[in-house]
Design a protein around this ligand. Structure first.
Ligand SMILES: Cc1ncc(COP(=O)(O)O)c(C=O)c1O
Length: 402
């Protein structure tokens, strides 16, 4: 059963996994030159064709940017959505369906406020969050004074929340449901049937489905289905659904801080008004660079090929070990360390033994009502380096753990 945690536990909901990892490893000497596989930060690709655009628009750093984004950026985003999801071609309106974000994280956080204001709900309002989860969701719920309800997302359920297990009384109080597909940390992809059921719940109980799809372009062969196209396919409308996207993973540009939210036009309008007084605008030169990046797929395909190489290395080295399986999407491995004392012990062992830094899964999840944290047994391993570094790191892991 989902667990209903007390509202306003801000401190508990904003414990950075990376700060906790730094504490865990404090004072321990790495056994070899460090390789960091803890952070989901693409390392190997910077799309250099974007440089001239930045240079061309440099002087526009001298102007305050419009929060709604310049038309050329909003149109590039709408066009990208139409190319990626053919059902939506020509059906996403750059003016009313799209808002740029300064990275998707700030939108995933600040979007909770208009979601909360959108419709009076029975008190206290609920925010549904998968467990484990990207930490911004929990911070948003707690900061907005809503009750975060954690939905178990374990191996038995294909690492996605079991929709049918959510209590109707909770759904009636729900203002937003964060659904991450492909999921961080497990790399699970929600199929069309799952997405359609999630959309139907959002519409029946009139809440917002916040689809976090920032890993959607990192896959082996089949592009993951999109929540917006599924919603549109059901009813020819984007009501109750928004998708959050980012150039951080797709284009290997985490430092650009560029993403967008698209979907339900009522929500997008309200979020735009809220953002206009409360949220960061994207600098104009970055808007131009972003428009160019959304318009190009070549560098994205090159990035995917690099991740495929990394997964081929992982297949060769890890098959049959630590519950390894290739994720359906994203660049993360979610490895079971129960045999090595759990994720925290394994992280220390690997750091001390071979200088490889991995993230204990327990830092990405919270305890269920039975006291069990579903991430306890796991480590998250980000395959974001080039093939040589990846091979070196995974070889070291196997040499230490066996
Ligand atoms: C699941 C998930 N959502 C959102 C983000 C935020 O990405 P950005 O703010 O760089 O767009 C991340 C970053 O790691 C993530 O893992």
């Amino acid at each position: 059963m989902p667990s209903d945690t007390a509202p306003n536990r801000l401190d508990e909901m904003v414990r950075s996994p990376f700060a906790r990892l730094a504490l865990l490893l404090e004072g321990l000497t790495p056994g070899a030159p460090a390789i960091d596989l803890s952070l989901g930060e693409p390392k190997a690709l910077i799309p250099s064709f974007l440089g001239p655009t930045l240079q061309e628009h440099l002087s526009e750093f001298g102007r305050y940017p419009p929060i709604k984004g310049i038309p050329v950026l909003r149109q590039a985003i709408a066009d990208w959505i139409g190319r990626r999801y053919p059902l939506l071609k020509g059906r996403v309106d750059a003016e009313s369906h799209v808002l740029p974000l300064s990275g998707s994280r700030e939108g995933l956080f600040s979007g909770i406020f208009p979601a909360l204001a959108r419709k009076p709900k029975e008190e206290p309002p609920v925010v549904l969050i998968p467990n484990p989860f990207y930490q911004a969701y929990g911070a948003a719920a707690a900061a907005a004074g809503a009750t975060p309800v954690l939905l178990p997302s374990t191996a038995e359920g294909g690492f996605l929340p079991e929709l049918e297990a959510i209590d109707e009384a909770l759904l009636a109080r729900t203002v937003a449901f964060y659904l991450c597909t492909p999921s961080n940390p497990q790399g699970a992809v929600a199929d069309r049937s799952y997405l359609a059921r999630a959309v139907a719940l959002a519409r029946r109980f009139d809440f917002l489905l916040f689809a976090d799809e920032c890993y959607s372009e990192i896959y082996a062969a089949t592009p993951p289905p999109g929540t917006l196209e599924t919603a549109y396919g059901e009813t020819a409308s984007l009501a109750n659904v928004v998708a959050f996207q980012s150039l951080s993973k797709r284009s290997g540009l985490p430092g650009l801080r560029s993403g967008f939210v698209a979907g339900d036009p009522g929500f997008v309008a309200a979020f735009g008004r809220f953002r206009n007084v409360a949220c960061p605008q994207m600098p104009l030169p970055i808007q131009h660079v972003s428009a160019k990046a959304w318009a190009d797929e070549r560098h994205v395909a090159e990035g995917r090929a690099l991740y495929r190489q990394n997964f081929a290395i992982a297949d060769a080295l890890l098959e049959g070990r630590y519950g390894y399986r290739q994720p359906q999407g994203s660049f993360f491995l979610w490895l079971n360390m129960a045999a090595f004392g759990g994720g925290e012990e394994a992280a220390k062992t690997l750091w001390k033994g071979c200088g490889v830094r991995v993230l204990p899964g327990t830092y990405l999840a919270q305890a269920e009502p039975d006291g069990v944290n579903p991430g306890t047994d796991y480590i998250r391993v980000a395959l974001v380096h080039n093939a040589d570094t990846t091979r070196e790191a995974l070889t070291r892991i196997v040499s230490i753990l066996g």
